[in-house]
Design a protein around this ligand. Sequence first.
Ligand code: CU
Length: 433
Amino acid sequence: MSAWLLGRNEGDAQALPALATGPSRAGGYLPVVTPNGTTMAWREVDGVKVAHLVAASFEHEFAPGLRAECWGYNGGTPGPTFEAVEGDRVRIYVTNRLPEPTTVHWHGMIIPNGMDGVSGLNQRPIAPGETYMYEFVLRYPGTFMYHSHYDEMTQIALGMVGMFIVHPRRPRGRRVDRDFVLMAHEWKLNVGARRPDPNAMADFNVLTFNGKAFPATAPLVVGRGERVRIRLGNLGPMDHHPIHIHGLNFKVTATDGGEVPESAQRPDTTVLVPVGSTRVIEFVPEEVGDWAMHCHMTHHVMMQMGHGLPNMVGARTRTLDHRMSRVAPEYMSMGHTGMGGMGEMEMPMPPNSLPMRGGPGPFSYIDMGGMFTVLKVRDDPQHADPNGWFAAPAGTVATVATREALQRDGINPEAGATGAPAQTPARPETQGR
Ligand SMILES: [Cu+2]
């Protein structure tokens, strides 16, 4: 990575790039962090920032135990995050090592038409083995993306996506202390399959942030009182993702179309990130802890096994289990009391598959997986262990109600919600009588 990439907002002139000639570079910028990902390295040639993208197939790990042959850039999906400054001239070489042609489109950028990358419309597709050159000036700052624009259904579904951040030449708006890039994606990977299915139009079963499904998503560690920016992007095939963060509220400060005027920013706790869009959110967390950050679509915090199951909730399974035991002694009906806890069961799994959800947590199994990560707000983020859990002060964790507390507050667990005796006692049908 070039030294100038380390320039920060503090205006440290020593950290500035050699080609920083204009006064506007004097501010430098705070580099973005792409959890589980990488930042593209530039080479400077006569004042132009030069980079090389290689489109190829590679083996990608969504989470330990789940791998697939994906397509992407420089061995990653998403590809490396581009990061540059408004006004920069960039020259990006694209080598195609895929078995079919490809192109790269610079999503949201206003550049000469012939650089826009739409196969057939703006250029001839890049044949396998060829290297093309894109060159343009980054006229506007913002949070943009890049992706294939040839055989989009296949290539985007297989992972040909990435983010492109352009910092303003003259820093403006409120300075942030943390700046993250998170790209949502969705995949259809049949249990035991080696490749994601690009023909899927629904029923995606692996949901990812920056190519990883929880528990493989790296947590975001931030400080209490810090101003945090998260640049969300979505180039999944079909689904919009309502991204929700616990323990704080944020404002959408920009999209891939530009900045949102302050007068139009409203507080929110969930932001919908439509396919083909970026949403930039900013917030200042005031409460320390481990806060969930996830897509709020319940099927997007599931893994492969959580889909396509028969509805067993409330089923009386005793007879079924008895009959099945004659042909399959190991057989055990599941899901008739609800599906919580399924992810943590020690069950034999088919090769290359993950249970329906989840990962280990500090109290018990966390039964969300997929598009889920943890925002770790700490008083001392510099020294926080990213893998460590929040140590909650005594008396601040929900726990079982004591008899004394129940009596003190006049709560009768046997009574209905209104305090009147319950009309229907808990039904024993789930016991399979
Ligand atoms: Cu979602």
